[in-house]
Design a protein around this ligand. Structure first.
Ligand SMILES: [Zn+2]
Length: 396
Protein backbone atom coordinates (compact mmCIF):
# COMPACT_ATOMS: atom_id res chain seq x y z
CA UNK A 1 0.00 0.00 0.00
CA UNK A 2 2.67 2.43 1.10
CA UNK A 3 4.82 1.62 -1.91
CA UNK A 4 2.01 2.43 -4.38
CA UNK A 5 1.44 5.80 -2.76
CA UNK A 6 5.11 6.74 -2.87
CA UNK A 7 5.49 5.70 -6.48
CA UNK A 8 2.32 7.55 -7.46
CA UNK A 9 3.48 10.72 -5.71
CA UNK A 10 6.91 10.58 -7.33
CA UNK A 11 5.31 10.01 -10.73
CA UNK A 12 3.19 13.12 -10.21
CA UNK A 13 6.23 15.22 -9.39
CA UNK A 14 8.01 13.91 -12.50
CA UNK A 15 4.89 14.80 -14.51
CA UNK A 16 4.73 18.25 -12.95
CA UNK A 17 8.39 18.85 -13.78
CA UNK A 18 7.86 17.73 -17.37
CA UNK A 19 4.81 19.98 -17.74
CA UNK A 20 6.80 22.90 -16.33
CA UNK A 21 9.71 22.33 -18.72
CA UNK A 22 7.45 22.03 -21.76
CA UNK A 23 5.50 25.18 -20.78
CA UNK A 24 8.73 27.18 -20.33
CA UNK A 25 10.00 26.11 -23.77
CA UNK A 26 6.58 26.89 -25.30
CA UNK A 27 6.60 30.41 -23.83
CA UNK A 28 10.06 31.02 -25.35
CA UNK A 29 9.10 29.84 -28.86
CA UNK A 30 9.61 32.46 -31.57
CA UNK A 31 7.67 30.73 -34.31
CA UNK A 32 4.26 29.19 -34.78
CA UNK A 33 5.83 25.92 -35.96
CA UNK A 34 7.88 25.53 -32.79
CA UNK A 35 4.90 26.53 -30.64
CA UNK A 36 2.66 23.94 -32.24
CA UNK A 37 5.13 21.16 -31.51
CA UNK A 38 5.42 22.08 -27.81
CA UNK A 39 1.66 22.53 -27.59
CA UNK A 40 1.05 19.08 -29.07
CA UNK A 41 3.25 17.41 -26.45
CA UNK A 42 1.67 19.41 -23.64
CA UNK A 43 -1.87 18.68 -24.83
CA UNK A 44 -1.13 14.95 -25.01
CA UNK A 45 0.19 14.87 -21.44
CA UNK A 46 -2.55 17.13 -19.99
CA UNK A 47 -5.33 15.18 -21.74
CA UNK A 48 -3.96 11.90 -20.45
CA UNK A 49 -3.92 13.09 -16.82
CA UNK A 50 -7.24 14.98 -16.89
CA UNK A 51 -8.85 12.06 -18.71
CA UNK A 52 -7.78 9.83 -15.80
CA UNK A 53 -9.34 12.36 -13.35
CA UNK A 54 -5.90 13.23 -12.08
CA UNK A 55 -5.40 17.01 -11.72
CA UNK A 56 -2.52 16.90 -9.27
CA UNK A 57 0.42 17.13 -11.69
CA UNK A 58 -1.19 19.96 -13.68
CA UNK A 59 -2.05 21.87 -10.49
CA UNK A 60 1.46 21.33 -9.07
CA UNK A 61 3.07 22.59 -12.29
CA UNK A 62 0.78 25.66 -12.31
CA UNK A 63 1.61 26.43 -8.65
CA UNK A 64 5.31 26.26 -9.42
CA UNK A 65 5.09 28.40 -12.58
CA UNK A 66 2.88 31.00 -10.84
CA UNK A 67 5.82 31.70 -8.54
CA UNK A 68 8.63 31.37 -11.08
CA UNK A 69 7.55 32.13 -14.66
CA UNK A 70 4.39 34.09 -15.53
CA UNK A 71 4.50 33.64 -19.35
CA UNK A 72 4.91 29.85 -18.97
CA UNK A 73 2.13 29.84 -16.37
CA UNK A 74 -0.20 31.60 -18.81
CA UNK A 75 0.59 29.09 -21.57
CA UNK A 76 0.00 26.06 -19.35
CA UNK A 77 -3.17 27.50 -17.75
CA UNK A 78 -4.56 28.29 -21.19
CA UNK A 79 -3.92 24.78 -22.50
CA UNK A 80 -5.17 23.06 -19.31
CA UNK A 81 -8.41 25.06 -19.47
CA UNK A 82 -9.02 24.30 -23.14
CA UNK A 83 -8.20 20.59 -22.63
CA UNK A 84 -10.60 20.42 -19.65
CA UNK A 85 -13.52 22.10 -21.43
CA UNK A 86 -13.36 19.97 -24.59
CA UNK A 87 -13.35 16.30 -25.54
CA UNK A 88 -13.86 14.03 -28.53
CA UNK A 89 -17.10 12.08 -29.00
CA UNK A 90 -18.03 9.63 -31.72
CA UNK A 91 -21.22 10.43 -33.64
CA UNK A 92 -22.30 8.17 -36.52
CA UNK A 93 -18.85 6.59 -36.50
CA UNK A 94 -17.09 9.94 -36.96
CA UNK A 95 -14.95 11.73 -34.34
CA UNK A 96 -16.51 15.05 -33.27
CA UNK A 97 -14.98 17.81 -31.14
CA UNK A 98 -17.24 18.63 -28.20
CA UNK A 99 -16.94 21.95 -26.37
CA UNK A 100 -18.46 23.03 -23.06
CA UNK A 101 -20.21 26.40 -23.35
CA UNK A 102 -21.62 28.57 -20.60
CA UNK A 103 -24.53 30.96 -21.03
CA UNK A 104 -24.32 33.42 -18.10
CA UNK A 105 -27.14 35.62 -16.77
CA UNK A 106 -26.65 38.58 -14.45
CA UNK A 107 -29.60 38.83 -12.07
CA UNK A 108 -30.77 40.67 -8.99
CA UNK A 109 -33.81 40.40 -6.80
CA UNK A 110 -35.23 41.50 -3.44
CA UNK A 111 -35.97 37.81 -2.98
CA UNK A 112 -33.75 34.75 -3.26
CA UNK A 113 -32.27 34.34 -6.76
CA UNK A 114 -33.26 31.00 -8.31
CA UNK A 115 -31.14 27.91 -8.83
CA UNK A 116 -33.57 25.52 -10.41
CA UNK A 117 -34.33 22.62 -12.70
CA UNK A 118 -35.69 23.95 -15.99
CA UNK A 119 -38.96 22.55 -17.35
CA UNK A 120 -38.66 20.42 -20.48
CA UNK A 121 -40.45 22.96 -22.77
CA UNK A 122 -37.95 25.65 -21.59
CA UNK A 123 -35.03 23.33 -22.44
CA UNK A 124 -36.54 22.50 -25.85
CA UNK A 125 -37.00 26.18 -26.60
CA UNK A 126 -33.43 27.07 -25.51
CA UNK A 127 -32.12 24.25 -27.63
CA UNK A 128 -34.02 25.57 -30.66
CA UNK A 129 -32.56 29.06 -30.16
CA UNK A 130 -28.97 27.79 -29.80
CA UNK A 131 -29.41 25.70 -32.94
CA UNK A 132 -31.17 28.42 -34.92
CA UNK A 133 -29.01 31.43 -34.01
CA UNK A 134 -25.57 30.07 -33.13
CA UNK A 135 -24.68 26.63 -34.42
CA UNK A 136 -23.08 25.59 -37.69
CA UNK A 137 -25.38 23.54 -39.92
CA UNK A 138 -24.11 20.09 -38.94
CA UNK A 139 -23.20 20.80 -35.32
CA UNK A 140 -25.08 19.14 -32.45
CA UNK A 141 -26.11 20.46 -29.07
CA UNK A 142 -27.11 19.18 -25.63
CA UNK A 143 -28.27 21.25 -22.69
CA UNK A 144 -28.09 20.58 -18.95
CA UNK A 145 -31.58 21.17 -17.50
CA UNK A 146 -30.44 23.32 -14.58
CA UNK A 147 -29.80 26.98 -13.76
CA UNK A 148 -26.57 26.89 -11.72
CA UNK A 149 -24.97 29.31 -9.26
CA UNK A 150 -21.17 29.74 -9.36
CA UNK A 151 -20.52 27.41 -6.41
CA UNK A 152 -22.52 24.64 -8.10
CA UNK A 153 -20.37 24.57 -11.25
CA UNK A 154 -17.47 22.13 -11.67
CA UNK A 155 -14.19 23.66 -10.53
CA UNK A 156 -11.34 21.16 -10.90
CA UNK A 157 -10.12 20.47 -14.46
CA UNK A 158 -11.15 16.81 -14.18
CA UNK A 159 -14.68 17.78 -13.09
CA UNK A 160 -15.02 20.23 -15.99
CA UNK A 161 -13.95 17.41 -18.31
CA UNK A 162 -16.51 15.04 -16.79
CA UNK A 163 -19.21 17.64 -17.49
CA UNK A 164 -18.36 17.98 -21.19
CA UNK A 165 -18.06 14.20 -21.54
CA UNK A 166 -21.62 13.86 -20.22
CA UNK A 167 -22.92 16.68 -22.42
CA UNK A 168 -20.99 15.35 -25.44
CA UNK A 169 -22.67 11.95 -25.00
CA UNK A 170 -26.05 13.67 -24.60
CA UNK A 171 -25.40 15.63 -27.84
CA UNK A 172 -24.56 12.39 -29.65
CA UNK A 173 -27.83 10.85 -28.41
CA UNK A 174 -29.83 14.05 -29.03
CA UNK A 175 -31.09 14.26 -25.43
CA UNK A 176 -31.12 16.83 -22.59
CA UNK A 177 -28.79 16.07 -19.69
CA UNK A 178 -30.67 15.81 -16.39
CA UNK A 179 -28.83 17.26 -13.38
CA UNK A 180 -29.50 15.75 -9.96
CA UNK A 181 -29.96 18.92 -7.89
CA UNK A 182 -29.76 17.02 -4.57
CA UNK A 183 -26.02 16.66 -5.14
CA UNK A 184 -25.49 20.42 -5.57
CA UNK A 185 -24.40 22.88 -2.91
CA UNK A 186 -26.80 25.50 -1.55
CA UNK A 187 -25.70 28.86 -3.01
CA UNK A 188 -24.76 31.91 -0.91
CA UNK A 189 -27.62 34.44 -1.06
CA UNK A 190 -26.66 37.74 -2.73
CA UNK A 191 -28.68 40.74 -3.89
CA UNK A 192 -27.04 40.49 -7.34
CA UNK A 193 -25.33 37.41 -8.72
CA UNK A 194 -24.69 35.32 -11.81
CA UNK A 195 -26.60 32.26 -12.96
CA UNK A 196 -25.34 29.84 -15.60
CA UNK A 197 -26.67 27.40 -18.18
CA UNK A 198 -24.33 24.67 -19.40
CA UNK A 199 -24.41 23.69 -23.07
CA UNK A 200 -22.36 21.09 -24.93
CA UNK A 201 -21.86 21.51 -28.66
CA UNK A 202 -20.24 18.98 -30.97
CA UNK A 203 -19.03 19.34 -34.54
CA UNK A 204 -17.14 17.02 -36.85
CA UNK A 205 -13.40 17.53 -36.32
CA UNK A 206 -12.08 20.42 -38.39
CA UNK A 207 -15.51 21.81 -39.32
CA UNK A 208 -17.26 24.96 -38.08
CA UNK A 209 -18.77 25.11 -34.57
CA UNK A 210 -20.74 28.30 -35.15
CA UNK A 211 -22.84 29.45 -38.07
CA UNK A 212 -20.71 32.58 -38.64
CA UNK A 213 -17.61 30.41 -39.11
CA UNK A 214 -19.02 28.59 -42.14
CA UNK A 215 -17.56 29.43 -45.54
CA UNK A 216 -19.66 31.95 -47.46
CA UNK A 217 -21.10 33.42 -44.24
CA UNK A 218 -20.09 36.94 -43.18
CA UNK A 219 -18.08 36.56 -39.94
CA UNK A 220 -19.70 39.79 -38.68
CA UNK A 221 -23.10 38.12 -38.76
CA UNK A 222 -22.08 36.91 -35.29
CA UNK A 223 -23.04 40.30 -33.82
CA UNK A 224 -26.66 40.29 -35.00
CA UNK A 225 -26.99 36.56 -34.25
CA UNK A 226 -25.91 37.02 -30.60
CA UNK A 227 -28.21 40.03 -30.14
CA UNK A 228 -31.22 38.12 -31.47
CA UNK A 229 -30.26 35.06 -29.41
CA UNK A 230 -29.99 37.03 -26.14
CA UNK A 231 -33.38 38.65 -26.69
CA UNK A 232 -35.11 35.33 -27.39
CA UNK A 233 -33.41 33.56 -24.49
CA UNK A 234 -34.44 36.34 -22.09
CA UNK A 235 -38.07 35.78 -23.11
CA UNK A 236 -37.77 32.00 -22.69
CA UNK A 237 -36.18 32.28 -19.23
CA UNK A 238 -38.58 34.94 -17.91
CA UNK A 239 -40.87 32.40 -16.13
CA UNK A 240 -37.86 30.83 -14.35
CA UNK A 241 -36.67 34.29 -13.24
CA UNK A 242 -39.89 35.62 -11.66
CA UNK A 243 -39.21 38.55 -9.32
CA UNK A 244 -35.73 39.13 -10.80
CA UNK A 245 -34.28 41.68 -13.15
CA UNK A 246 -31.76 39.95 -15.37
CA UNK A 247 -29.51 40.36 -18.39
CA UNK A 248 -28.39 37.54 -20.72
CA UNK A 249 -24.67 37.61 -21.60
CA UNK A 250 -23.31 36.02 -24.79
CA UNK A 251 -22.39 32.33 -24.44
CA UNK A 252 -18.75 31.31 -24.71
CA UNK A 253 -16.38 28.46 -23.79
CA UNK A 254 -16.52 27.54 -20.08
CA UNK A 255 -13.49 29.30 -18.60
CA UNK A 256 -13.59 32.41 -20.79
CA UNK A 257 -17.28 32.80 -20.08
CA UNK A 258 -16.88 32.59 -16.29
CA UNK A 259 -14.16 35.27 -16.38
CA UNK A 260 -16.25 37.56 -18.58
CA UNK A 261 -19.31 37.18 -16.34
CA UNK A 262 -17.22 37.97 -13.21
CA UNK A 263 -16.16 41.26 -14.80
CA UNK A 264 -19.65 42.18 -15.97
CA UNK A 265 -21.14 41.37 -12.56
CA UNK A 266 -19.18 44.21 -10.89
CA UNK A 267 -20.97 47.20 -12.42
CA UNK A 268 -24.24 45.24 -12.54
CA UNK A 269 -24.05 44.70 -8.73
CA UNK A 270 -23.62 48.43 -8.18
CA UNK A 271 -26.59 49.21 -10.44
CA UNK A 272 -28.60 46.57 -8.57
CA UNK A 273 -27.80 48.05 -5.15
CA UNK A 274 -28.79 51.57 -6.28
CA UNK A 275 -32.03 50.26 -7.87
CA UNK A 276 -32.77 48.20 -4.76
CA UNK A 277 -32.51 51.23 -2.44
CA UNK A 278 -34.97 53.09 -4.66
CA UNK A 279 -37.35 50.13 -4.84
CA UNK A 280 -37.20 49.09 -1.16
CA UNK A 281 -36.91 52.49 0.62
CA UNK A 282 -37.60 55.07 -2.09
CA UNK A 283 -34.07 56.52 -1.76
CA UNK A 284 -33.31 58.10 -5.14
CA UNK A 285 -29.68 57.97 -6.42
CA UNK A 286 -29.61 61.79 -6.11
CA UNK A 287 -30.00 61.42 -2.32
CA UNK A 288 -27.16 58.89 -1.89
CA UNK A 289 -23.47 59.13 -1.04
CA UNK A 290 -21.07 56.39 -2.12
CA UNK A 291 -17.79 55.93 -0.23
CA UNK A 292 -15.21 53.59 -1.72
CA UNK A 293 -11.64 52.44 -1.40
CA UNK A 294 -9.23 49.58 -2.11
CA UNK A 295 -9.27 46.71 0.39
CA UNK A 296 -6.25 44.45 0.38
CA UNK A 297 -5.29 41.21 2.03
CA UNK A 298 -2.02 41.88 3.85
CA UNK A 299 -1.07 38.18 3.59
CA UNK A 300 -1.44 38.41 -0.20
CA UNK A 301 -3.49 35.19 -0.15
CA UNK A 302 -6.39 36.70 -2.08
CA UNK A 303 -6.65 39.44 -4.70
CA UNK A 304 -7.74 42.89 -3.58
CA UNK A 305 -11.09 44.51 -4.15
CA UNK A 306 -12.77 47.87 -4.11
CA UNK A 307 -15.61 48.04 -1.58
CA UNK A 308 -18.35 50.61 -1.95
CA UNK A 309 -20.57 51.73 0.91
CA UNK A 310 -23.86 53.48 0.07
CA UNK A 311 -25.65 55.78 2.55
CA UNK A 312 -28.09 58.66 2.63
CA UNK A 313 -26.17 61.82 1.79
CA UNK A 314 -26.49 63.48 5.21
CA UNK A 315 -25.42 60.37 7.17
CA UNK A 316 -21.63 60.08 6.79
CA UNK A 317 -21.24 57.45 9.54
CA UNK A 318 -23.64 54.93 8.01
CA UNK A 319 -23.54 52.31 5.30
CA UNK A 320 -26.97 50.99 4.32
CA UNK A 321 -25.86 48.80 1.41
CA UNK A 322 -22.42 47.57 0.38
CA UNK A 323 -21.00 46.35 -2.92
CA UNK A 324 -17.80 44.38 -3.55
CA UNK A 325 -16.00 45.18 -6.84
CA UNK A 326 -13.15 42.62 -7.15
CA UNK A 327 -10.02 43.85 -8.92
CA UNK A 328 -9.65 40.58 -10.92
CA UNK A 329 -6.04 41.47 -11.68
CA UNK A 330 -6.82 45.06 -12.77
CA UNK A 331 -4.79 48.08 -11.75
CA UNK A 332 -6.06 49.75 -8.50
CA UNK A 333 -6.18 53.30 -9.82
CA UNK A 334 -7.87 52.36 -13.06
CA UNK A 335 -10.49 50.42 -11.08
CA UNK A 336 -11.14 53.37 -8.74
CA UNK A 337 -11.73 55.50 -11.88
CA UNK A 338 -14.13 52.89 -13.27
CA UNK A 339 -16.10 52.88 -10.01
CA UNK A 340 -16.27 56.68 -10.09
CA UNK A 341 -17.52 56.59 -13.69
CA UNK A 342 -20.14 53.95 -12.84
CA UNK A 343 -21.39 56.05 -9.90
CA UNK A 344 -21.72 59.09 -12.17
CA UNK A 345 -23.63 57.03 -14.76
CA UNK A 346 -26.04 56.00 -11.99
CA UNK A 347 -26.46 59.67 -10.93
CA UNK A 348 -25.35 59.01 -7.34
CA UNK A 349 -25.27 62.41 -5.60
CA UNK A 350 -21.79 62.29 -4.04
CA UNK A 351 -18.78 59.99 -4.45
CA UNK A 352 -16.11 59.89 -1.72
CA UNK A 353 -12.94 58.11 -2.88
CA UNK A 354 -10.68 57.08 0.02
CA UNK A 355 -7.03 57.18 -1.04
CA UNK A 356 -5.72 55.02 1.82
CA UNK A 357 -5.93 51.24 1.73
CA UNK A 358 -8.18 49.28 4.06
CA UNK A 359 -7.48 45.80 5.42
CA UNK A 360 -9.76 43.09 4.00
CA UNK A 361 -12.09 42.88 7.01
CA UNK A 362 -15.17 40.75 7.57
CA UNK A 363 -17.74 40.74 10.38
CA UNK A 364 -16.67 38.33 13.14
CA UNK A 365 -20.28 37.28 13.73
CA UNK A 366 -21.84 36.81 10.30
CA UNK A 367 -18.84 36.87 7.93
CA UNK A 368 -20.24 39.77 5.86
CA UNK A 369 -17.66 42.12 4.32
CA UNK A 370 -17.22 45.47 6.10
CA UNK A 371 -17.63 48.64 4.01
CA UNK A 372 -16.19 52.16 4.13
CA UNK A 373 -18.43 55.07 5.20
CA UNK A 374 -17.98 58.64 3.98
CA UNK A 375 -16.12 59.51 7.21
CA UNK A 376 -13.42 56.97 6.27
CA UNK A 377 -14.21 54.24 8.80
CA UNK A 378 -15.00 50.61 8.06
CA UNK A 379 -18.48 49.63 9.27
CA UNK A 380 -21.13 46.94 9.02
CA UNK A 381 -23.85 47.62 6.43
CA UNK A 382 -27.14 48.08 8.29
CA UNK A 383 -30.56 48.61 6.72
CA UNK A 384 -31.91 52.15 7.30
CA UNK A 385 -34.19 52.98 10.23
CA UNK A 386 -37.06 53.28 7.75
CA UNK A 387 -36.82 49.49 7.38
CA UNK A 388 -38.57 48.59 10.63
CA UNK A 389 -40.78 46.08 8.87
CA UNK A 390 -37.77 44.33 7.39
CA UNK A 391 -36.66 41.36 9.53
CA UNK A 392 -33.26 40.76 7.89
CA UNK A 393 -31.34 43.43 9.88
CA UNK A 394 -28.25 42.01 11.62
CA UNK A 395 -28.75 42.11 15.39
CA UNK A 396 -25.11 42.60 16.40
ZN1 LIG B 1 -22.29 40.78 10.84
Amino acid sequence: MRRTRISSRSRQSVDAQTLGKLARRLSESGSRLEQQLWQRRLIELINDRIGRRDDDAVEAALDDLARSNQPAYDELADLAESCAESTVVEIDGQPHDALLLVLPLLAWSRYRLPTTTLAMPVCDSLRAHVTGHLLARDARIALADYLFSIDQLPEAFADVRRQIEQLGDAAAEGITLHIDSKKLREPVAMLADTRYLLIGIAARQGSALYHWQESGVDPDSKIAALAAFSEQVAAVLQPAMTGCRFRVLPPNAFHASLRYADRELREFSLEAAVSYLKLAYDFAPGALTAAYGVFEDSSGASGGEVRIGLAKSNQDDDVIEGIVWPLLGDDDEQTMDEVDKALKTLSVNRAVAHAHRFPLEFCDDCGAPMFPNAAGHVVHAEPPEEAEDRPAAPLH
